[in-house]
Design a protein around this ligand. Structure first.
Ligand code: ADP
Length: 521
């Protein structure tokens, strides 16, 4: 027994038939209300009132017939379940009534009354299910309408059966027909290729559409097969991927541009490399030519100095002979003149020697090696010993002296010149004092040579390192003016620096700076 409240319209002229029907219905429905209709006026009123859930009608009525009743109710209440219960109808009527929306047709026979409640119940449930399905569809439809993805279903010929508004919007058209004409070629083609597959799987492709507003849009079209009522249909999704595609295209362009730039750069580098190789080659050729020229120049300088020194030696030697062997025949003036000749010859010889070593300083290749400064200084002092003793020079060397990177020949010459100057440029009545020490500043070592000599004015501190720059006359302090030139050039050739600190009358402190030698671990 069903407990739901139910109001049934019972339309039948026959009173006992109505009573029988009511009896059967009450058995099935606990809260049943029956509205019995016997004439047209009652029917009109109840139609307007809309206060019933289901209708049971006879076909043959004195004032109407079941088909008209059916149509009148369906016109107002299309969802209302209607069962026809009659003994006057025919098969044609039954077919006609079912076509017009009748839910069931039952013949009025003694054993058929019992079927009436079940038939009403079934019709009610069917209507309820239909309403629920309609509601679900409505909700689905509203979801589809809100999607910004085009959703559609089409026949195998590409004719659109249904679609959501996004499809039309996305394609920039104003009607489904226009959307269809844009999509149809792709749908037909896809249908063909899907049909050719043994197990059709969803297909996806990217399509560019030119919209009627001139804009071009990129989409992905995803299609699958489905069978509805035995008919093959295509179900599809159309997604707007214009933004992504644009970004991809821009990325491609940027990549292409970068690739081109890389190619250009590589080409530039290659050509620069070629030029560099050529320049290097030219440089190598030049160096080779220079080394040959240097060699020739050195040979020339050697032979010139040899040729120049030979007559000088003869002049000095012969003059010396004159002085020694003919001294009694020479008057004072002649002796003095001959002595001057000897002195000049010796000085010129010195000049030739100095010039030769200065020119060698610039030409020979100088190999750098670790140098023990103590050895070099001790050696130089030993060679200068006679002169140092003659002048009663006090030399102080602050041992230990560090090891530096340099060249022993050059450093010998440098210290010889610095020490010779230190003891030469002193005031007449002063005993020369020389002090030599070193300071190590990590990478660099500075070696000082200090004297108690006449000193140098500030404006001359740079000048004296240039060749032939002398601050004194030959009579005061003899010399060639090349010594400090050799020092500067030599030190520069072994990667060092040279300088001096001094004040007139307060001695000078010459320094040279060289790379400290550190034993590799
Ligand atoms: P030379 O010693 O043959 O004159 P140098 O090139 O060695 O030539 O020196 C250039 C000049 O620098 C010297 O003539 C002298 O005037 C000055 N000089 C060099 N060393 C000293 C020193 N220790 N004290 C003062 N003056 C110096």
């Amino acid at each position: 027994m069903t407990n739901l409240p139910l109001t049934v319209l019972l339309i039948d002229d026959n009173r006992s038939d109505r009573a029988l029907a009511i009896r059967e219905l009450r058995r099935a429905f606990a809260q049943l209300q029956i509205k019995e209709i016997r004439e047209a006026r009652e029917f009109e009123q109840v139609l307007d009132a809309d206060a019933f859930d289901a209708v049971i009608t006879d076909y043959q009525l004195g004032w109407s017939n079941g088909l008209e009743i059916l149509r009148a109710i369906k016109a107002r209440y299309p969802d209302c379940p209607i069962v026809m219960f009659t003994n006057t109808g025919s098969e044609e009527i039954a077919v006609e009534a079912l076509k017009s929306g009748l839910d069931d047709y039952i013949l009025k026979e003694p054993n058929r009354y019992v079927r009436l409640p079940a038939s009403v119940q079934l019709a009610l449930e069917r209507k309820k299910n239909e309403r629920r399905a309609a509601l679900v569809e409505l909700r689905l439809q509203s979801l589809l309408n809100r999607l910004d993805v085009g959703v559609f279903r089409a026949t195998s010929e590409g004719v659109l059966l249904e679609s959501n508004p996004a499809l039309v919007q996305l394609l920039g058209v104003s009607s489904i027909a226009e959307a269809q004409s844009l999509l149809q070629p792709y749908l037909q083609k896809s249908f063909q290729s899907l049909a050719n597959l043994s197990s059709p799987e969803p297909q996806e492709c990217e399509i560019e559409f030119r919209r009627t507003d001139g804009m071009s849009i990129w989409t992905t079209l995803s299609l699958t097969f489905n069978t509805i009522d035995g008919e093959m249909v295509l179900e599809g999704l159309l997604n707007n991927i214009t933004e992504r595609k644009r970004a991809e295209l821009e990325m491609q362009q940027v990549n292409q541009m970068l690739e081109e730039r890389v190619k250009e750069r590589t080409a530039e580098l290659e050509s620069a490399n070629g030029e560099l190789r050529q320049v290097n080659q030219e440089l190598e050729d030049l160096t080779q030519r220079l080394s040959i020229a240097n060699q020739e120049l050195e040979e020339f300088a050697n032979s010139v100095s040899h040729d120049l020194r030979a007559p000088l030696r003869i002049i000095a030697g012969m003059s010396q002979m004159l002085l020694e062997e003919r001294s009694e025949q020479l008057d004072a003036l002649s002796s003095d003149l001959i002595q001057r000749i000897i002195k000049n010859a010796q000085q010129t010889d010195r000049l030739i020697i100095d010039l030769l070593s200065y020119s060698r300083m610039g030409q020979t290749k100088i190999p750098l090696q670790p140098i023990n400064l103590s050895f070099v200084v001790t050696d130089v002092l030993r060679r200068l010993e006679p002169e140092l003793e003659r002048q009663q020079v006090l030399v102080t060397v602050e041992e230990p002296l560090p090891r530096v990177m340099g060249n022993s020949l050059i450093l010998s010459q440098v210290f010889t010149n610095l020490l010779t100057n230190a003891v030469k440029f002193v005031a007449k009545d002063t005993h020369p004092r020389v002090r030599l020490w070193a300071e190590v500043f990590n990478e660099w070592t500075r070696i000082w040579v200090e004297d108690n000599g006449i000193g140098i004015t500030a404006e001359n501190l740079q000048r004296i390192f240039r060749v032939f720059e002398r601050l004194h006359s030959d009579e005061e302090y003899p010399g060639t003016g090349i010594g400090l030139g050799i020092v500067r050039k030599g030190i520069e050739r072994i990667g060092g620096r040279v300088g001096v600190e001094s004040q007139p009358g307060r001695g000078s402190q010459f320094w040279i700076e060289l790379l400290t030698y550190t034993e590799s671990p």
